[in-house]
Design a protein around this ligand. Structure first.
Ligand code: FMN
Length: 206
């Protein structure tokens, strides 16, 4: 029997660690979304979080092109998705594309643009989680097609397409493979593998 959305949400939470923001442990990337719109006021809050991300030289190179369901922009983004994303993402009430200017204010290349876009999008996702929303990023889309469809200038780097909405029932997903990944717990590398005091030497953290 397929788990309910509520059960899945619990199963996807990272184990709580005292002192870590719950929204960080509760964030995950769902594929099933409710048939419920996100209000413009809530969308503004999600982008407010991205707006206050740090960036190299405070360039704020990020831009988000947002498509609400039943708009041309939503349709254009959905049409560029790879097949494995086509199977679920077009049902999300919001689809957006994150891009970053590869050129700094001084006209020189901005080598940190992509990095900064990632930081802004991470904050966006955590803010969404804190508000009871969920965001799912995708790299699986046709880059040339989306650049053309959304008329993105050539000096902007393409980041991810982001599906945003309210968590839906896994049973609504269109195939068993999607249901299985929706109902499998998340995993991460241990801190000892990613935090080092020297190369190949885990930092002692407690
Ligand atoms: C840059 C980027 C690209 C991704 N591309 C896809 C994608 O095309 N399709 C998809 O279903 N998930 C995609 N994901 C979601 C990841 O698979 C997911 O974040 C990862 O498995 C960790 O799971 P969690 O976000 O639930 O913790 C992408 C995530 C990121 C950050």
């Amino acid at each position: 029997m397929t788990l309910s959305a509520r059960e899945v949400d619990q199963l996807k939470h990272a184990p709580a660690v005292a002192g870590v923001l719950p929204a960080i442990h509760h964030r995950w990337s769902p594929r099933a979304f409710q048939d419920r719109e996100v209000s413009p006021a809530d969308l503004a809050k999600v982008f407010e979080a991205a707006r206050w991300a740090p960036s190299s030289n405070n360039e704020q190179p990020w831009r988000y092109i947002v498509g609400l369901r039943n708009t041309v922009t939503h349709e254009k983004i959905a049409a560029t998705l790879a097949g494995f994303n086509q199977a679920w993402a077009p049902k999300a009430p919001v689809l957006m594309l994150g891009v970053a200017s590869g050129v700094s204010r001084n006209g020189k290349p901005n080598g940190y643009a992509f990095y900064d876009l990632g930081a802004a999008t991470a904050l966006l996702a955590v803010q969404a989680t804190a508000m009871g929303l969920a965001a799912h990023q995708m790299g699986g889309f046709d880059h040339d097609a989306i650049r053309k469809a959304l008329e993105i200038p050539g000096d902007y780097l393409l980041g991810s397409v982001i599906a945003l909405g309210y968590l839906g029932e896994p049973a609504l997903l269109s195939n068993d493979h999607l249901i299985e990944s929706e109902t499998t717990p998340r995993s991460r590398k241990p801190l000892s593998e990613i935090v080092l005091s020297a190369w190949d030497e885990p930092a002692e953290l407690d």
